[in-house]
Design a protein around this ligand. Structure first.
Ligand SMILES: [Zn+2]
Length: 120
């Protein structure tokens, strides 16, 4: 990557630019959360948490895009059944991904379930 201030090439782990001294932020990527359209729970928005922070809310059959730094993160969908935390990772090779999910209906719980993850 390159310094936003002076354009100098920066090594992956550098925190400061070695030419101008500017702080180098984390490399950013994005995640598209795509919720499959389902009859069950169709009116209930699903909250999406990354590293414990609410980042978006996804309605039935909708897609929402969020900016996320490259690296490992904890992903949780919040619904009436509570949280399930999953580990996800955005890599420098694939900083933009799409997570397809749907509600999974069970006898006891009704949870959002990840169906697939695609590189965009
Ligand atoms: Zn610089």
């Amino acid at each position: 990557m390159f310094c936003n201030n002076c354009g100098n090439k920066i090594e992956n782990n550098d925190v400061f630019c070695n030419k101008c001294g500017s702080k180098v932020g984390p490399e950013m990527g994005s995640i598209v959360f795509a919720r499959q359209s389902k009859f069950y729970g169709s009116l209930i928005p699903i909250k999406v948490f990354i590293d414990g922070n609410l980042v978006t809310t996804v309605g039935n059959g909708k897609e929402e895009k969020v900016q996320v730094s490259v690296g490992k993160h904890k992903l949780a969908f919040n619904l009436w059944s509570g949280n399930d935390v999953e580990d996800i990772e955005l890599t420098k090779e694939h900083p933009n991904i799409k997570i397809n999910f749907a509600l999974k209906m069970g006898a006891v719980t009704s949870k959002p379930k990840i169906i697939s993850i695609e590189n965009l």
